[in-house]
Design a protein. Sequence first.
Length: 358
Amino acid sequence: MRKLAILIVFSILGYKSLAQTSCAQTLRLAQSIYDQGRLHELEELISKSLKNPAMACSKVEQVGLLKLLTLANIYLEEPKKADESMLTLLNTNPYFEPNKDVDPAEFVALYKTFRTQPVFRLGVKFGVNLTQPNVNSFNPVSDGNSKYESKLGIGGGIVAELPITLKWKLTGELLYQQKRFTNTAVSNYISSGDESSASTSVATIDYSITTAAETQNWISFPLLAQYEISDNRKIIPFAEFGISTDFLLSAETSVERKRVSNQSIDVKSFSLNPQREKINVSLVLGAGARTRIASGYLIADVRYSYGLTQVNTLSKLYDNQQLLFDYNINDGIFSLNSLFFNIGYVQNFFKPKKLNRK
């Protein structure tokens, strides 16, 4: 009988030891103890389980144990311990939210006393743009006309978001932006027709066509306010507005002139750095949407920037003599308007804390 008793004791101890190696079993045991109202027993059981590396509790299991511990502390009227366990829960899973339809009101109320929103977001974005010069004044070098057309450019960089409220966010970005467009100048002359004829006809004849393809490289610092339009959890639309300050890295044009009755002038590249302003300021308006992926958000937006400053001045307009006389082309005084299509990803960074209620 003595040997049988010893065998039974060791079997029971062995079973308990085995049970303690399974976090899922511990969670079920803790839930049973909670349901039976033996709340004083939960702290030791849960604390040992969470501190035991051999348990290898998953994040879901840790949250389940911490939730039970928080509930026990609430009902045992241990507010300090309840705050500590809730804070540990939120650090374990910052995306945890109580179920208002199922969880006790005291637990939901305690959750609301903590900061649960991200303190900031950091990520990257890439996109394309179409840039169209907005000509304010133009003085052609010869009879004819000039026309600007937008071309596709690329860009990308770093994005930082600072949540201000649940709806409003402040967004700052450090971006590289390539902006491209063409200036096509058609020079012509007036033909009076055949002078020996009794009737004289007057016609305008194209003399040459010059195409200048300009590429500008900028470092841009958009600072925007962003407002979330809807509380939809899956896809969150937003509107944004603000100011972008841009610093010119380089500007270059590739020019070709084709003459109707004379030899064409081959393509040649020119630096336009001396003729371009180094700082550009634009008003930015946009809209987009975000959706949760992993521990952050996938973001897509469309923006329109309206140039508030001119990228060239009259005092430097005619500095490049070769462009004027060999290629018969010059710029108007213009600002830049751009349409951007961007996609990016931002990672949430949390720092849960107890809020001070006044």
